[in-house]
Design a protein around this ligand. Structure first.
Ligand SMILES: [Fe+2]
Length: 249
């Protein structure tokens, strides 16, 4: 599949999409930057996998469209208490033909739709074509890589919407640790405390599919930086060190 993503057109259309949102809102701004960085990550991953870098970049640019209405309406990025932002993004693009602002490559529509819809799903559905699965995996890796950058650089209280003290004194639930010890990502429903959510982000490191993503994650050092914060809760701090070791950091 060769997708001639017109970068200028896509960037312009993304800017037009953003113009209906409040760019003074730090959450909106953060997601706009995250979108651009994720798209660049997708290019690096597609390149190393011998896949179409134009299509991978386009999917990166489109993957989080649902975040903007989500945070505007609900003031949260927590899907469980608002909407499935990935499904919302796919619906925005494909229910009324909004995708045509970005590309006319109809052959790519099914791949783009699936990749956007399932980029943050706990597991991919079984009925994807090989091509759909590949681009789903590319965006999932590219997204995680940038999530590590975001979480390593932002203040925990901004990201977790709780005070720093609250985060650092909170505990990690047994069910969350159980998943992590199996080197699995953590389902949202299991995350009950701020420290659970902290640990859940780190656990994304277990599911990087491509060797290039693993080496970029290691080389950039974001996950390492993220996991160097010291918890005042002794048990949580012990678990933080255990998670680091499990991730080979
Ligand atoms: Fe997302």
């Amino acid at each position: 599949m060769e997708c001639e993503a017109d970068r200028k057109r896509v960037t312009e259309a993304f800017r037009t999409f953003l113009s209906s949102y409040d760019m003074e809102n730090s959450d909106i701004k953060r997601k706009a930057v995250h979108t651009l960085k994720t798209a660049e990550n997708c290019v690096l991953i597609a390149e190393s996998a011998g896949k179409d870098t134009g299509l991978a970049w386009l999917i990166g640019m489109l993957h989080d469209l649902g975040r903007f209405p989500q945070v505007t309406e609900f003031n949260t990025f927590w899907d469980a208490s608002s909407v499935d932002h990935a499904a919302l993004g796919a619906d925005i693009l494909f229910k009324g033909g909004y995708i045509r602002n970005f590309t006319d490559c109809e052959a790519c529509f099914p791949v783009i739709e699936k990749a956007v819809r399932f980029h943050s799903a706990y597991e991919l559905p079984d009925d994807l074509t090989d091509e759909e699965r590949t681009y789903c995996n590319i965006i999932r890796d590219g997204d995680k890589l940038d999530i590590f950058r975001v979480f390593a650089s932002a203040k925990p209280e901004e990201i977790f919407k709780t005070s720093r003290e609250n985060l650092l004194s909170s505990s990690v639930s047994d069910e969350v640790m159980e998943q992590i010890r199996k080197r699995r990502t953590v389902k949202h429903a299991l995350k009950k405390t701020p420290a659970d959510r902290f640990a859940g982000i780190a656990a994304l490191g277990f599911e990087l599919k491509y060797p290039v993503t693993q080496s970029l994650a290691r080389g950039r050092g974001d996950l390492d930086r993220y996991l160097s914060i010291e918890f005042t809760n002794k048990d949580t701090d012990k678990k933080r060190k255990e998670i680091r070791a499990l991730l080979g950091l």
